[in-house]
Design a protein around this ligand. Structure first.
Ligand code: GDP
Ligand code: IMO
Ligand code: MG
Length: 424
């Protein structure tokens, strides 16, 4: 069976943990979108792994890991990750494959990301400064793009980089008054990338289709979350790829009909990093309690995450556009100790009640949440191993969310560890 795992909120739902668990029964794990803006955490026993570009299946020594065309690859970050896993005795040689069509994030992308954000002041998007927007921009613009296969032809790449850097420097100087970058330095780095990553590069679309024909099973690992989707999220406060499940096919070359199950991951509350409207945000003592108990600080940037109540309008929308079959709801343990818990069931916008999420940021910024309040629970859940042992109020919370969003919640998280997951 092929599965696709994606985030149903604004990212950081716990996709890494669920992918790692489901990878046990699969042969291949595929990252198909985003780049090193992602930070996916896998906790096994007392060991924590934070992955940015490598699929979360990497931790399992027999799993094939594939980075497909839809990903923007930052070779510096990828090589560091490969080395870090190597130090822990996990080697990727012979089981990591990178698409020759994946675009490469280079230093000028990160510089452009930073300069643009700084120039926007309070209107900034709040990006991760990983060069994601500028690299996808060059992909769409075509003329100045560098792909993994360009690293295989260094003579041509040298000429191409000269032209690209010349153009970028004009922009850096004229628009931002910034120092130029040196094409030679970037080319020297590309020579290292070519030498170290050349053996991993291949036509991953062909590989995946052959693998499916051979009866292999695949987990497709989404990055970010549906609300950060470039086309269907809260534009412009989104990332630059199709981060909802809709991006899976274009990002991997495998049609959605070859995937038997789409699993959405959501937290038992909501978080968001960076700018943009967030109707159920609790910029108060409740939000702070959730942030502290849930360790809600970015895996990639360390920024404190904005926290708020579970928003069923958001998750229903994400599940609808993503064709979600079932849901993993994580961080139920984080809500322990709250006297009452709230669920946003609908919005009021300009005096009208709405159940369908308005992805338009201007409309969304006017949305007032209509909440349903449920009694909380005091018991800590982290040692619980059976859903039926959870306090009645915690069980009721899950079953009530299920009723509202009309999707089955088949996995419940009660802690960060691989083992702290309850199956229903
Ligand atoms: P991802 O980007 O969707 O993979 O999620 P992140 O790794 O960025 O953030 C999720 C965080 O929550 C990580 O620190 C996980 O270790 C942690 N986590 C995952 N599931 C649970 C859970 O059920 N309870 C608690 N307390 N932490 C969890
Ligand atoms: P994972 O895969 C949470 C957010 C950034 C910013 C916006 C644009 O770990 O869930 P970008 O650098 O992509 O141009 O930033 O998107 N963002 C994420 N937020 N989790 C992520 O990834 C994110 N990747 C990007 O904070 O608001
Ligand atoms: Mg994350």
């Amino acid at each position: 069976m092929n599965l696709c795992i994606t985030g149903l909120q604004w990212g950081d739902e716990g996709k890494g943990k669920i992918v790692d668990i489901l990878a046990e029964k699969c042969d291949i794990v595929v990252r198909y979108g985003g780049g090193a803006n992602a930070g996916h955490t896998v906790v096994i026993g007392d060991t924590k792994f934070a992955l940015h570009l490598l699929p979360s299946g990497s931790i399992r020594k027999n799993t094939i890991c594939v980075i497909t065309n839809g990903v923007v690859v930052d070779p510096d970050c990828l090589l560091t990750e490969i080395d870090t896993l190597g130090e822990k005795g996990i080697t990727l040689t012979g089981r990591l494959f990178i698409s020759e069509s994946a675009h490469v994030v280079l230093d000028y992308h990160k510089k452009e990301d930073q300069l643009r954000e700084e120039s926007l002041g309070k209107d900034k998007i709040g990006t991760t400064i990983r060069g994601i927007g500028p690299c996808y921009g060059d992909k769409v613009g075509r003329t100045f793009a560098v792909r993994m296969d360009d690293l295989q032809n260094l003579d041509e790449l040298k000429v191409k980089l000269g032209k690209i850097v010349d153009y970028k420097n004009k922009v850096f100087s004229a628009v931002y008054g910034a120092e130029p970058i040196k094409a030679d330095e970037i080319f020297e780095k590309c020579k290292v990338y070519a030498a170290k990553l050349g053996d991993f590069t291949m036509d991953t679309t062909e590989f995946l289709h052959k693998s499916i024909a051979d009866g292999k099973s695949i987990v497709f690992e989404g990055a970010q979350g549906a609300l950060l989707d470039l086309d269907h999220g809260t534009f412009p406060f989104v990332t630059s790829s199709n981060a909802s499940p809709l991006g899976m096919s274009s990002g991997s070359g495998v049609p959605a009909k070859m995937v038997e199950k789409f699993i959405g991951v959501a937290k038992a509350y909501t978080t968001r990093v960076g700018g943009g409207p967030f109707p159920s945000e609790q910029d108060n003592e409740i939000g702070e309690k959730i942030r502290v108990k849930g360790h809600e600080y970015g895996t990639t940037t360390g920024r404190p995450r904005r926290c708020g109540w579970f928003d069923a309008v958001v998750v229903s929308y994400a599940a609808t556009i993503g064709g979600i079959d079932e849901i993993a709801m994580l961080h139920l343990d984080t809500l322990s100790g709250l006297k009452e818990v709230k669920i946003c069931k609908a919005y009021e916008i300009d005096g009208k009640e709405t159940l369908f999420f308005p992805a338009n940021s201007e409309k969304l910024s006017k949305a007032k949440c209509i909440y349903e309040t449920m009694p909380g629970w005091d018991e800590e859940l982290t040692e619980m191993t059976d859903f039926n042992d959870l306090p009645a109020n915690a069980q009721n919370y899950i079953t009530h969310v299920e009723e509202i969003i009309k999707k089955p919640i088949t996995m419940v998280g009660v802690g960060p560890k691989r083992s702290q997951t309850l199956f229903r």
